[in-house]
Design a protein around this ligand. Structure first.
Ligand code: ATP
Ligand code: MG
Length: 242
């Protein structure tokens, strides 16, 4: 059995509530309102995953599925500089794909399973998991079909994570109308989209929100081995930091 490892977030405080970072061989979800740092965390971890283990990395390559068109290679270069990495090779170690729709998003997993077979990949980012599904199945009558297709995707995703011992980080949006149901709501009422299907697939769920000033707050919502603690972090030129 392959040895499970953790990838750092870039913030020591954030890492500490996760017991070191986000774990390989499983699916982790960060969700929260706009500008709370989901995409910045995705970029930061795409760099850190390439670092040596003793620096919180995974010593490997990264696959990045972008469903919102917000991936910025320039940000990767800036974060690479913070860690003393060469910008160009750090960018080249990230295999980028823009998911055009939910069917394409599913197809990308086939491509990735072939790439992962080489054994070099340590992190798969999906920013964000629900965007294509929400666009493709926007009608009320399409919810059941959406959840069925989503489930199909997540089953494949979880197999990929386990088979290749890859850390999967997916970001998620929150419902614009909290309060509708409190089943998955955080203490402050923010609720991730994707319903039971997504809740079941995520091993670790973390709520991100804006704090005081530039501060952001991460709160563990669901974890097999960590208590529901909070940590603060900031977004800098060098990515997520304390
Ligand atoms: P959305 O739901 O819209 O996708 P998000 O959670 O992905 O939002 P991010 O794009 O990760 O949000 O974070 C945006 C925040 O990051 C903004 O407040 C922005 O000011 C900050 N930010 C972006 N680049 C930098 C940088 N180089 N230095 C400092 N802060 C930055
Ligand atoms: Mg984003």
């Amino acid at each position: 059995r392959k040895k499970v490892f953790k990838i750092s977030t870039g913030s020591k405080q954030f890492d500490s509530i996760l017991g070191g970072g986000f774990q390989s061989s499983s699916i982790s979800e960060v969700y929260g309102e706009f500008r709370c740092g989901k995409t910045q965390l995705s970029h930061t971890m795409s760099v850190i995953a390439q670092l040596p283990k003793e620096m919180g990395g995974g010593e490997g390559k990264v696959a990045y599925i972008d469903t919102e068109g917000t991936f910025r290679p320039e940000r990767i270069a800036q974060i690479a500089e913070r860690y003393g990495l060469d910008a160009q090779s750090t960018q080249e170690n990230i295999s980028y794909a823009r998911a055009l729709n939910s069917e394409h998003q599913l197809e990308l997993l086939n491509t990735l399973s072939k790439e992962f077979a080489g054994g070099q990949y340590r992190l798969l980012v999906i920013d964000s998991i629900m965007n294509c599904f929400r666009v493709d199945f926007s009608g009320r009558g399409e919810l059941a079909e959406r959840q069925q297709k989503l489930n199909q995707f997540l089953i494949r995703l979880s197999h990929l994570a386990e088979e290749f011992n890859v850390c999967v980080l997916m970001t998620n949006q929150v419902q614009s109308d909290p309060g509708a149901s409190s089943l998955f709501a955080g203490a402050d009422g923010r609720k991730p989209v994707g319903g039971h299907v997504l809740a079941h697939a995520s091993t670790t769920r973390v709520l991100l929100r804006k704090g005081r000033g530039d501060e952001r707050v991460a709160k563990i919502q669901d974890s097999p081995d960590c208590p529901e603690r909070e940590a603060t972090y900031v977004i800098t030129n060098g990515g997520i930091n304390d």
